[in-house]
Design a protein around this ligand. Structure first.
Ligand SMILES: *Cc1c(COP(=O)(O)O)cnc(C)c1O
Length: 732
């Protein structure tokens, strides 16, 4: 009897045995759904999908929502029908094994963190599309950071906010203008439980301000081995207005913002304390959570009887700060009234004056016209500060040089650790299979090691190309489904909806562009000369096609106008069938795009892209980057692993810079990208292109992995900070 047959008969047998068996099966599925470990295990994702492929898609790939539609009996009979028993059991055993093991890397490198873990603070976490508590890059980076910390076994707990309306859903109206829709998240459908105190009570923290007390309950989400605690102000006891404080990401005014940041920072440190967790390191991912340091100082003073100055020095010793914003205006600043209203009571306990507190958030402590800046607070209260790419490090050192007026720029203590992505979360299942066949066993535990990826050279070029084309066709089906749905929603005619079902062409060079529509990212750069672009799109032998996606911040009117312009160009006859805008960019849309495009285009105004990570996701899946030499690409591009726009310079005039960059973009497309893509051998294989795909994967996949990033943080920041040793503060 073959294995499959025996499994079938065993399944049939199981399904009729007992309802106890059905209950147990259901519980295993729930256990899988309740640990976000499943989000980076394609075999478990496929398992959930097989339970009901249509509902799976309709429910935003949320396994808890899906399971709630099943009774244990119906689940068991569906499992029998689909031969799922052994797959469920296998996945469940793997999860248990994962949770009870300690990865080798952590046992040799993280000893000092064992008893006192890293506390990682971030205002957003992008873990999966079904958990809408992120808006974009910063959140996805945080999600990837904690997933890799889990994979490497770095002792780390994460702290964030729970937003019960999350970020908005984007729809374009008939004129192409962005509309925002906020939906209430169903808490019961999330893998989240109340965090319990040491005595088993659901935890609520309180924070006293001059204008009353704010309460926040604390939720716990399990992300592999990492615990993620989320604070939520929607609790009884808060005023109706405060119950909505954490409803939305980056919503409301300055007062909303400082209150959210108070809850995240001060509330977060209090929550850890109440949970009996004593962190050895505070990692502030961006300045939003910098108030955490003040609460940590208070605890030190109270528990160790230290005076303020000593407690501050001690706290700074244990604090790591990552800055992400290369534009001065992008840093949170608050006026002294807001600071006093919210930090006043804490300041009383610290025993410092209003002026002293304000001084901690000012470059010039005595300068009364200077607002209180969260980044300044974070820089003053951390002994390890870093930017997120080499170039961003230079920009940040220059931007904050006046904080250390006696130092030359190179000695400003802000180093850099370049961002990376959590490989298994962004890698297509088909590529994973390919790597499984060619990379050394255990490769998925060693994602940050260069040697592992050298074996990509051994993959047969035809096989790599074929896999890429499979992924490209999946992307095109996805785009067609979404675009026809968008047309129907906008009330377009049946003809238009029908033609959307066939939009784009599998054989045409496909360029993706998706990101937040902030003006500095210049989504319309390629449209600067529409006639020249139209010639490229409609070339008789060597055409190209473009897929766009991205949201503008609700208050960013220029960003919304950019979207409108691009959306409307879709109906320009010159761009017919060659340009689409996919609405509602999120992790799901991003995953489809980065897995299926031939080329990923990125053209920010240099040096405003701190790092960027979407292009790193493309690398893993065999796509090539075409990008301005900014952020991560400035240190990644080597002339053989993708394409550069411009030469890494910019002019003082934005208009001149934009013209030069657009010119370079067209030239690079015409002279390098398009000819290389369409240069085929007798088998129809673009040999040079496939070689570039391999160069890209071997040279970049390990360097720009979140595993490498978390290893760097651990070795150069966490371990030295936890040990109280002074670490190398300049550059790693
Ligand atoms: C990866 C990702 C980003 C960040 O990519 P950038 O290159 O910084 O734009 C933003 N949004 C989503 C949904 C992502 O998945």
């Amino acid at each position: 009897m073959s294995r499959v047959e025996s499994e079938v008969s065993w399944d049939r047998h199981e399904s009729t045995v007992s309802s106890i068996g059905a209950e147990a099966l259901y519980d295993k599925c729930l256990a899988l759904a309740n640990n976000l470990w499943w989000t980076w295990h394609p075999d478990v994702i496929n398992l959930f999908r097989d339970l009901d492929p249509i509902r799976w898609r309709q429910l935003d790939h949320n396994p808890i929502a899906l399971l709630r539609e099943f009774t244990p009996e119906r689940l068991a009979s569906r499992a029998a029908e689909m031969v799922l028993f052994s797959r469920i059991n296998h996945a469940f055993r793997r999860l248990k094994g994962y949770m009870s093991s300690v990865p080798p890397w952590s046992s040799t490198h993280t000893g000092v963190l064992g008893a006192r873990p890293v506390a990682y603070f971030s205002a957003e976490f992008g873990i999966h599309e079904s958990i809408p508590i992120y808006s974009g890059g910063l959140g996805v980076l945080s999600g990837d950071h904690i997933k890799s910390a889990s994979g490497l076994g770095v002792p780390l707990v994460a702290i964030g906010l729970f937003y019960d309306q999350g970020y908005f859903k984007q729809h374009l109206d008939a004129s192409g203008y962005q509309n925002e829709e906020y939906l209430d998240t169903k808490v019961a459908n999330l893998p989240m439980n109340p965090a319990l105190t040491q005595t088993g009570e659901p935890l609520t923290v309180s924070i006293t301000t001059r204008a009353g007390t704010l309460l926040a309950k604390v939720w716990l989400m399990q992300v592999g081995r990492v615990k993620l605690y989320l604070l939520d102000c929607n609790v009884q006891g808060n005023s109706p207005q405060d119950r909505e404080l954490t409803a939305r990401l980056y919503g409301g005014d300055e007062r909303t913002r400082i209150r959210q940041e108070l809850v995240l920072g001060v509330g977060g440190v209090r929550a850890l304390h109440a949970l009996g967790i004593t962190p050895g390191v505070l990692h502030l991912n961006e300045g939003h959570s910098a108030f955490a340091t003040l609460e940590a100082i208070r605890q030190r003073m109270q528990e160790d009887g230290l005076p303020f100055d000593d407690a501050l020095r001690e706290t700074a010793q244990h604090t790591v700060f990552t800055t992400h914003t290369p534009v001065p205006a992008g840093h949170d600043r608050f006026n002294s009234g807001l600071v006093e209203e919210h930090l006043g009571p804490l300041r009383d306990e610290l025993g410092i004056s209003h002026e002293q507190l304000l001084g901690l958030g000012r470059v010039e402590p005595q300068n009364e016209s200077e607002l209180f800046c969260m980044t300044v607070l974070a820089l003053k209260l951390s002994r390890h500060a870093n930017a997120v790419s080499s170039l961003h490090g230079q920009v940040s050192r220059r931007m904050w040089a006046h904080l250390w007026p006696w130092r030359v720029e190179e000695e400003i203590p802000i180093g850099h650790i370049t961002n990376g992505v959590h490989t298994p979360s962004w890698l297509a299942w088909q590529m994973m299979q390919l790597y499984d066949r060619h990379l050394p066993a255990g490769w998925s535990e060693r994602l940050g090691e260069a040697e592992v990826w050298q074996h990509v050279e051994e993959i047969d070029p035809g096989e790599l190309w074929e896999t890429h084309n499979t992924l490209k066709s999946l992307l095109l089906s996805f785009v067609r489904r979404r675009v026809s749905r968008q047309c129907r929603r906008r009330g377009e005619s049946d003809d238009v909806v029908e033609s959307a079902r066939n939009v784009l062409d599998q054989n045409v060079l496909t360029i993706g562009f998706a990101r937040r529509f902030a003006t500095y990212k210049r989504a319309d750069l390629i449209f600067r000369d529409t006639d020249r672009l139209a010639r490229l799109l409609n070339h008789p032998e060597r055409p190209i096609q473009l897929v766009f996606a991205g949201k503008a911040h609700p208050k960013d009117e220029p960003g919304k106008q950019l979207i409108k312009r691009i959306a409307n160009l879709q109906s320009d006859p010159r761009f017919h069938n060659r340009l689409v805008f996919v609405e509602d960019y999120d992790i799901n849309v991003c995953r489809h795009l980065v897995q299926g495009v031939d080329v990923w285009m990125n053209n920010p105004r240099r040096p405003l892209e701190a790092s960027g990570t979407s292009g790193q996701k493309v690398v893993l899946n065999g796509g090539l980057n075409l990008s301005i030499l900014d952020g991560w690409w400035a240190e990644a591009y080597d002339g053989r692993n993708g394409f550069a726009i411009g030469r890494g310079t910019s002019h003082v005039s934005d208009d001149i810079t934009d013209n030069r960059d657009a010119h370079s973009l067209y030239e690079t497309l015409e002279q390098q990208v398009i000819p290389t893509f369409y240069d085929r051998d007798v088998d129809g294989l673009p040999r040079k292109w496939v070689q570039m795909m391999m160069n890209s994967i071997t040279s970049l996949a390990w360097r720009f992995s979140a595993h490498r990033m978390v290893m760097d943080y651990t070795l150069t920041a966490y371990v030295p900070s936890a040990g109280g040793l002074s670490c190398d503060m300049s550059v790693r």
